[in-house]
Design a protein around this ligand. Structure first.
Ligand SMILES: [Zn+2]
Length: 440
C-alpha cells in the first residue's frame, strides 16, 4: 500500500545543484521517497487529497550527515577535557574504554542516536568496536548509518589483529543493507600510526575481496606527521597511497596537516574528507586546509568526531564552526559562506559517503530524509535568508520533526521509536559504573 504525505507552505531549502530555495514550497512523500518538490499550489492533482501537513512558518532542509563520529563515546562525555591528546588517550580514554561491554556500546550509541536525531542528523558514519551494539541502536532508532569496526595492527598478542579483521568482515557481511537498507558498512583501518604496512595491506585486500570502502583517520596531529616521517618517510597521505588504501573508495577523517602534494593525491584519488572543526579545535590539532581542498575538487563533509572530543553531536553547530573557523584563520569573511557550510553538512557529506544518489538534497527520486525547523523562536526572526539563519542562528531546539525514509523519527520534538528517558537513565548508570571501573 502506498503511503503519501504532502508537506506544504514551507520554506524548502533543497540543496540541489542550483541550491534552490523555494519560499512557499511543497514536498510530496511517497512511502520512503520524495515524489516531487514544487511551489505550493503546483502539486499534481492526484495529490490534492492526501494527508497534508501545513508547514507555514517552518523551514525544511535535507537531513544532516555526520561523516565522522564514534557514537558510543557519548558515555565519556565530559569525563576528561582540556588535556594533551596522548595523555588524554593513555590516562583517561583508553582505560575507560577497556571496560566497555557490548551492552554499554549499544546504550551509548542509542543515546547518541537520540542526540543526533534531535539535532537533525539522519545519517552518521561511525567507527568503533562492539559494532553489533551500534547496529542494533541504529536499527531501533530509525536513523541511517555507515558502520565500521575500527582496526589497529599493533596488538600485543599474535593473531589478535587478524581476528579483529575477520570479525570486521563478518560484521560487514551481516549488516550490509541491514535495517531496511538504512545500514551500510565499510572497513576502518584506524590510522597510519596504528596500522603498520603488512596489516594495512591485509585490510585493503579484504576491502577489495568484499567490495567494501574504507573509513580512516589521516593527518590529525603534528605528532602523527613527525612519527610517520620518522618511521616510514613522507606524509601520512603518501603512506596510505603507497599501501594501496586509495584503490578503495576512501573517507579520511581530519586531514588537518596537508601540503599541496597531499591535496593533489586526495583529489586525484577521489578521497573524501570528513572535516571535524570542533574536535580539531578542542584537541588543538590545528586547522584543516578546507578551502584549498574544496578548490582542488576534494569532497569535504563535516563530522563531530566522538562526543568526548567535541563534546556534542550537533551538526548545526559543526556547520557554524566550519563557517567561522576558516574565516578567522584566513582573515577572509568570504571563506566558507553559510551555503557552503550547509552543503558540507548535507549534499557533500552524502557524496563523501557515496550516498548522494539517495540522500543529501531534497529532490524527486531521493529518499525522504528531512528536517523541519520552526522559525517561531526569537533566534530565528526575522528570516531574510533561511540558510543564514540555519547556519548562524539556529540550534536543535528549533527542530520540530525529522523524517528518515519518509517516517517520523522525531515528531513534535519527541523521539518516536524508543523510550528516550529510559535509555538516558540506563546510560547514566552505565557511564558511572565505567568511570568507577576505570579508576580501579
Ligand atoms: Zn575519530
Amino acid at each position: 500500500m502506498s503511503r503519501r504525505i504532502l508537506l506544504s507552505n514551507a520554506v524548502v531549502v533543497t540543496m540541489d545543484a542550483e541550491r534552490r530555495v523555494i519560499h512557499t514550497g511543497s514536498i510530496g512523500i511517497d512511502n520512503d521517497t520524495i515524489a516531487f518538490v514544487c511551489e505550493t499550489g503546483a502539486e499534481p492533482v492526484e495529490w490534492r487529497h492526501v494527508e497534508t501537513w501545513d508547514l507555514a512558518g517552518r523551514v525544511v532542509i535535507p537531513g544532516l550527515i555526520n561523516t565522522h563520529t564514534h557514537a558510543a563515546m557519548t558515555l565519556l562525555r565530559g569525563y576528561a577535557d582540556d588535556m594533551a591528546l596522548m595523555e588524554w588517550l593513555e590516562k583517561k580514554i583508553w582505560p575507560f574504554e577497556a571496560h566497555l561491554t557490548p551492552d554499554d556500546v549499544y546504550i551509548g550509541a542509542l543515546v547518541a542516536c537520540a542526540e543526533m536525531i534531535r539535532s537533525g542528523t539522519t545519517v552518521f558514519a561511525d567507527m568503533y568496536f562492539h559494532m553489533e551494539g551500534v547496529a542494533k541502536a541504529v536499527a531501533e532508532s530509525g536513523i541511517r548509518a555507515s558502520l565500521s569496526r575500527g582496526l589497529i595492527g599493533t596488538a600485543a598478542q599474535a593473531g589478535e589483529d587478524d581476528e579483529a579483521l575477520r570479525e570486521a568482515v563478518r560484521f560487514c557481511e551481516r549488516w550490509q543493507g541491514g535495517a531496511n537498507g538504512r545500514i551500510t558498512t565499510c572497513l576502518a583501518p584506524h590510522a597510519p600510526y596504528t596500522c603498520p604496512p603488512p596489516f594495512l595491506e591485509k585490510v585493503v585486500d579484504a576491502a577489495s575481496a568484499h567490495d567494501l570502502s574504507i573509513h580512516t583517520h589521516i593527518s590529525e596531529t603534528k605528532d602523527e606527521m613527525a612519527q610517520i616521517a620518522r618511521t616510514y618517510g613522507g606524509s601520512p597521505v603518501k603512506y596510505m597511497l603507497r599501501h594501496g588504501v586509495f584503490k578503495r573508495p576512501t573517507l579520511a577523517a581530519h586531514c588537518v596537516h596537508l601540503d599541496d602534494e597531499d591535496i593533489d593525491i586526495l583529489a586525484d584519488n577521489a578521497v573524501a574528507v570528513a572535516h571535524n572543526p570542533g574536535s580539531n579545535m578542542k584537541l588543538a590539532s590545528g586547522v584543516a586546509p578546507v578551502t584549498k581542498m574544496r578548490d582542488r575538487g576534494v569532497v569535504v563533509g563535516l563530522g563531530t568526531d566522538g562526543a568526548s572530543s567535541n563534546n556534542n553531536l550537533d551538526m548545526i553547530e559543526e556547520a557554524r564552526l566550519a563557517a567561522l573557523l576558516h574565516k578567522a584563520v584566513l582573515f577572509d569573511p568570504t571563506a566558507i559562506p553559510a551555503m557552503d557550510a550547509l552543503a558540507m553538512a548535507t549534499i557533500d557529506g552524502a557524496k563523501a559517503l557515496r550516498m548522494d544518489d539517495q540522500v543529501g538534497s531534497l529532490e524527486a527520486g531521493k529518499q525522504a530524509d528531512l528536517v523541519v525547523l520552526s522559525t517561531r523562536r526569537p533566534n530565528m526572526a526575522p528570516l531574510f535568508d533561511p540558510v543564514s539563519n540555519i547556519v548562524y542562528s539556529s540550534n536543535p531546539g528549533d527542530i520540530e520533526h525529522v523524517f528518515v525514509r519518509g517516517e517520523f523519527v522525531l515528531r513534535d520534538g519527541k523521539i518516536v521509536a524508543f523510550d528516550e528517558s529510559r535509555a538516558i537513565e540506563e546510560f547514566r548508570s552505565r557511564s558511572a559504573r565505567l568511570a568507577q571501573e576505570a579508576k580501579s
